[in-house]
Each structure stands twice: as C-alpha cells, then as structure tokens.
Write a protein that binds this ligand. Structure first.
Ligand code: ZN
Length: 736
C-alpha cells in the first residue's frame, strides 16, 4: 500500500499551492477501486482539502453480478468512520447503483420530502439491502449525495476556503462571483436522501456545472475521469482561496483587543490553570487536554470580534459535532497574568455555559431525542494564552483542536468578504442529537479500562516501568514515561508510539504533547527537575490521574562485601526520598485538580526479609513500605497509595548486569560457564529463584505489570496503604 505523508497544514499560496500529487505511473498499476483509494489518500493527506475523518469519495464502477453473471454498475463510496488519508478498501462500502437509485420510489411513495422526517432516517437502513458482494462496510448517510450525481467520480470535501464561502451571509452571490456557472450554490440541508435528490436536480438543471457548494457545509464536485475529479477538487479550492487572498485586510477579526503573553508567561499561566480547569471540566467524565498556542489561534482569541464569533459557534457539521454548539470564551484581560482572576472568570463562564447548554437542549429537543449529554465545553478560549481543547483521549482532544482551528480559518475568511453565519440552533441540535448519530455513538466500542486516565511512570526507561507503559497505553491511558536517562525515556515512548501507530509528542513545542505517550527526563533526587517534569505533563495533557514509581537502586557492595557510605546514601535517595518527592509534587497537582487519584510505589520483598549482603537495599525498601503507609494516611481521601513488592525480576532489569548475575550464580553454587551469554545465565538464576518459592514459578515482568495495572484500573478500588507481594510466594515475606 502507498503511504502518503501529510502535507504541511499551514495555509500558503504560490505556484505549488495545492499542486496535483497524482502520479500516472503509480495509478496505471491499479484497478479502479485501488485508484479510488489512491485518490482518497491524496485528498485526505492535506488539511487544506479536508479535516481528519471528514469528507468522502466515490467511483461508479462496472462489475459482474455474482448471482446473474451480468454486468452491473457498482457504487464504491467511503463508508462511516475512518479517515481519507489512511483509508483502505475496508473503509469503502459497495452498493448496486441501480438498487440505490430504486430506493427513490420507496422514499417518494411515503410522500416524505423534507429532511426532518423519520423516513429520511429509515432510508439509511435500506442501504444494507443494496450491498454488492457481501461487503460488510456500512454505507454512510452521505451515500445518496454520491449515488444521485450522474457522473462516475465524486469528491466531497470540507476545505476551509470553500466552507468560508458556504458560511458567508452572501454565500450564493459569492459562489457565483468566484465560480460563475461552474459551481452551483445549494442551501443548507442535513446530509441524507433528500440532499441526494437536490444534487441530482442541480446536475439536471446545470448540465455544465462541475460542482456544488452545500451551504454551511462544504464542497462536492464530479467528473467522469478519476484524475480529472481529483484535480478539479484542487482547482475549485484554489479558486476560492485566490478569491479570499485578494480580499486580505491589514487586520482580521476587527484587530487586537489584547496582546498575547510572552511564551514563558503563557506556559506559567497554563501550568497554574490547567489542573484546576481539568477538574472543573471533568465533573461528569474525565477529559484530556490539548493546548494550541499557534499565531492564528492567538490572533483570534486576542481580537475584538472573538467574543461575538465564538458565541456563534462552528458551522460545518463535522466541526460542530466535536466543538459543540459553541466554545467557552473567557472574558479575561491577560495583562498582569492574574491566574486567580482568570479562574474566577472561567468558573462563572462554566456555570453559565452549562445553563445555556441545558436551555439549548430543552428548547430544541424532540419527544424521542436522546438524553442530555456532557454539558461541559470541549473548547475553551483564553485571551493572551490560546485554546484548550478537551476529549476522552489525547487524539480526540487533538482532533477537536484541529477542528476549531479550521473553524477559525473559516471565520477569518468569511468575515473578510462578508459576515460569518453559524448553523441554525435547531439544525445544530438536530445533528448533535440525531438518532442516527446516537446509534453511531452506541455502536462505538466500549471505553477501555484506562481511557481518560493520565498516568506518569517514573523509571519507565527499563525493567518493570518500560513494560508497564506499553500495557497502560494498550488499555487507553495517556502515558508519560519518565526516566533519569532522557534518551531511554524517549525511546520507551517512541517504541510504543510506533507500535500503536500514534503520534509522539514532545512537551513544550507549539502543540504540546501531540501523542498518547511522551518521554521526559527527570532526576528523582532533584525536586526542581521533578517539578519541571510535572509542568510538562500538565502542558501535554492538562493534569495527572495516577503516578507509578518503579525506579529503584541496588547498591553494589565492594570486593570486601562493604557498602560505601555514598552507595548507602544513593540507595535511600532513589528508593525512599525520590518516591517521596515525586509523590509530594504530584500531590500539588492533585489538590488543584480535585479528582480521585492513585499512587503506586514499587518496593521489594526484601523490605521484610533481611538478607546478608543487601542490607542497604533492604533497609531502604523497608522505609519505602512505610512511606506507602504514611502517604496513604496523608493523602486520604483523594489519593489511594499502595505498593507492589516484587521478588527479584531478572527479565529486562537494569539492576542485573552480567557481573551481578555471575556473582549470584557463584554464591548459590549454581553450575554455569562464564562463556554463556547473559540471557542464559539470567535464566539459570531465575529458575533457581523460582525453585525457592511456594508456587515454583519465576517472577516475571508480566506478573508485576498485572499487579500494578490492577491498582490503576480500579481492580483494588477500596484498598489503600497496602503492599502486595508479587514474589512467587515466600513464607518469610508473609504479612505479620
Ligand atoms: Zn460533509
């Protein structure tokens, strides 16, 4: 499969602006369906053409009916869900075109013209009956838009430049001015069967038209050749952008009302604000943040017109579903950067937002509307600082930020040439609470056990910590890998990012924490270093839910079996003081956030089993056990604090270099050759250790990871102040 890299998303014009990336050599090797996928990937790879998950494409292709053996026409059209950039054949529905068109009789027989009738919804269920070749991909509500246009290839996109025309008060006149008779204006209509018939009418009445602007929504265009259709899409967007560029003002949005804070100040404000704000917007369900501070966003939030435009909300249904009816705009003067005042404004704003949202629901709801959903804003705008978007995961909040960014672009351009108008409230409600949309939400897979959780793992560069972060990400958590060795922290995060196919973010860049995992360097023996790490976590995700400390230090005795004072001090610094400092810094964030939280510290069975030769380690771990109990008392009721006490885990541990393994093998008189590789030597030692346990099982990384995960995902939701041994069973370490 060809992978297409995303294009630069900043608006730029010039000779290569939206140039065609079609390669005939590549396309010539493909069948017609593959060419449709190729075209879709090209279109989806450029944010100026369409937004993530937005838009759809189709081709009408000759095929053989497997039942009759006769030639038939099949509509291949992108189905529900998925993204054009990464779309594969599995994202496309295939339907007998004549049967889809025949549904018209059924639709009209019911005399159900008009988009609000239930018959419109019922038509969606009918597409299943028209499936070609038992293709399991569900057809989307946009299917009739493609079916009723009598051309072989159709592209429907959500380009910012075109939506600007579609949301301008003078949209119809501007469309004519930009496109003449090439593109025809159609008024806003919810996507569905009726809109398909409307587009058929446009094609019939304007036989030379190449496309249509769907009011408040986007662009749809067509051709009988696939490359021509793709290049037409680019051309139509370019014509809109050229027109808008010709109307550039000195100042958009009525000019600046306030100035941005310097970047360092913005970050300081966010670090102070976000945990509290996350607590506020998570009163119904926990949310993960994405902060946007790019120039275009700051120009908007700082402007005179921002309060008016923000109040109007977004327009394109795709944008709107993510950004909700409107963002929350904080009326705050950033001068002096007084965060206490900002919190006051936001607290009042949030209360009003919830009242307004309930009012919108009550005024617009129908008898059969789904129940009121989460009433917190998903976008918050702070003058001088930027935009904060919220979602159930990092990728969700990132997409929400992307959509409001697009909405800012739309408003900017629409206001340059006319007045921006938003979607009508009732229409907006009918989309947000559309029964089909509700059905789609219900079909979504259940949330994972750690969705909505932000987990910081200290000591994630190796051993238990490194194994743990992979498990946490699989279970949905946003994970921060912290290690004293910054390179190993980053490589641990990168490794997982690659495996799960998610972007890796580095905190402190323009868009902070772009991915589900980030790697940070921090030294547990240095409070300032730990605080900086938590600041970065806050900027990346908005707060912290749980912290796990797996970092540990085993002081090696010298050749005489003595532990130097320095080694003793280091063992206590890393095994006791370090976890305490991490906990203390996390608690500062937790108090602001005011949500339930969890802390897990890895200690050791050695904490209760004294052994000759490891007393510095054992004593420090005994202190760590008691630290767990002290913190459980100190942080109750908000934070549950527990410990997991492993016996020696050899697998993946940085505490077991070859020399220590060899020394242990000799000490226990276990037969071995010094020429054997480290892995084989470790296995011998692990087998020996297993033989000394009640279960006779080796203590694996997986056994530790499972125990820690049980503390994080609610498996031990009524337990605090406890140490759980994961040691294969050692009577000497029993609770007493
Ligand atoms: Zn659309």
């Amino acid at each position: 499969m060809t992978t297409i890299a995303p294009e630069n998303t900043t608006i730029r014009t010039g000779d290569d602006y939206l140039r065609s990336r079609w390669d005939d050599v590549v396309a010539a090797k493909m069948d017609v369906v593959q060419r449709l996928i190729y075209r879709s990937n090209l279109l989806g790879a450029d944010a100026r053409i369409t937004n993530t998950g937005g838009g759809n494409t189709s081709s009408k292709i000759d095929a053989i009916n497997p039942v009759t053996g006769e030639r038939t026409r099949v509509l291949w059209v992108k189905g529900s869900g998925g993204d054009l950039r990464t779309a594969t054949k599995a994202n496309f529905a295939s339907l007998y075109l004549d049967q889809v068109l025949a549904l018209r009789a059924l639709y009209e027989k019911n005399d159900v013209r008009g988009p609000k009738t239930p018959a419109e919804d019922a038509m969606v269920g009918m597409y299943l009956h028209t499936t070609f070749d038992r293709n399991p991909t569900a057809a989307s509500i946009d299917t009739p838009l493609h079916a009723f246009i009598p051309f072989a290839h159709v592209d429907h996109m959500h380009p910012v430049a075109v939506i600007a025309l579609a949301t301008a008060k003078d949209g119809p006149a501007l469309t004519h001015e930009v496109y003449g008779d090439d593109v025809i204006w159609t008024d806003w209509q919810r996507p569905g069967f009726d809109l398909g018939l409307e587009l058929e009418r446009v094609c019939r009445e304007h036989p030379t038209a190449k496309g249509a602007i769907m009011g408040q929504h986007g662009l749809i265009n067509w051709a009988n050749d696939d490359r021509e259709c793709y290049e037409l899409t680019l051309e139509l967007i370019r014509r809109a952008q050229d027109f808008l560029d010709a109307h550039t003002h000195e100042e958009d949005f009525g000019g600046a009302r306030v100035s941005s804070l310097p970047e360092d100040e913005r970050k300081r404000v966010l670090v102070e604000l976000l945990p509290w704000l996350r607590g506020q917007v998570s009163s119904e369900v926990r949310q993960i943040a994405t902060v946007e501070m790019r120039d275009e966003v700051l120009e908007f939030v700082n402007s005179h017109d921002a309060p008016r435009l923000a109040d109007l909300g977004t327009s394109c249904p795709d944008h709107f579903l993510r950004t909700k009816i409107k963002p929350l705009y904080a009326s705050w003067n950033p001068e002096g950067a007084d965060v206490v005042t900002l919190k006051g404004e936001l607290a009042a704003g949030l209360a009003q937002y919830r009242i307004d949202y309930a009012e919108y629901y009550n005024q617009c709801k129908h008898d059969d509307s789904p129940a009121l959903r989460v009433s917190s804003p998903s976008v918050i705008l702070v003058p001088g600082v930027g935009m904060i978007a919220w979602g159930k995961s990092k990728s969700e909040s990132r997409v929400t930020a992307e959509f409001y960014n697009a909405a800012i672009g739309v408003m900017r351009c629409a206001e340059r040439v006319s007045r921006y108008i938003a979607l009508d409230r009732q229409e907006a409600f009918d989309i947000e609470y559309w029964l089909l949309e509700e059905a789609k939400l219900r079909r979504m897979p259940a949330e994972k056990s750690l969705d909505r959780q932000i987990v910081v793992v200290v000591g994630a560069g190796s051993g238990i910590g490194r194994g743990l972060i992979a498990r946490l990400v699989e279970n949905g958590a946003s994970v921060v890998a912290v290690d004293r060795d910054v390179a190993s922290a980053k490589s641990a995060a990168d490794e997982i990012g690659k495996k799960v196919g998610m972007g890796i973010g580095v905190a402190g860049t323009g868009i902070s924490g772009a991915g589900q995992t980030i790697g940070l360097g921090a030294d547990m023996t240095d409070r300032a270093s730990i605080r900086r790490a938590f600041d970065d976590v806050i900027l990346a995700y908005g707060g912290v839910d749980q912290v796990v400390v797996t970092a540990g230090y085993y002081p090696n005795p010298d050749e005489n079996g003595d532990v130097a004072d320095k080694e003793w001090a280091t063992a206590f610094a890393i095994n006791v003081t370090g976890p305490y400092v991490v906990a203390d810094e996390a608690y500062r964030v937790w108090k602001e956030q005011d949500l339930d939280a969890g802390l897990v510290i890895t200690t050791s069975v050695n904490a209760v089993v004294p052994k000759a030769g490891s007393f510095a380690y054992d004593t420090s771990k005994a202190a760590a056990n008691h630290l767990v109990r002290e913190l459980a008392v100190a942080y109750a009721p908000m934070v549950r604090v527990n410990g997991v006490a492993p016996a020696t885990v050899l697998e993946g541990s940085s505490m077991f270099p070859r020399e220590r393994v060899l020394a242990s093998l000799s000490r226990y008189e276990i037969a071995h050759e010094t020429s054997e590789d480290t892995g084989a030597l470790r296995d011998k030692l692990a087998t020996f250790y297993a033989g000394r346990t009640l279960t006779r099982q080796p203590v694996t990384l997986d056994s530790q990871i499972r125990a820690i995960t049980a503390f994080l995902d609610g498996g031990f939701s009524r337990t605090t102040g406890q140490i759980v041994n994961v040691d294969g069973g050692q009577a000497a370490a029993f609770l007493r």
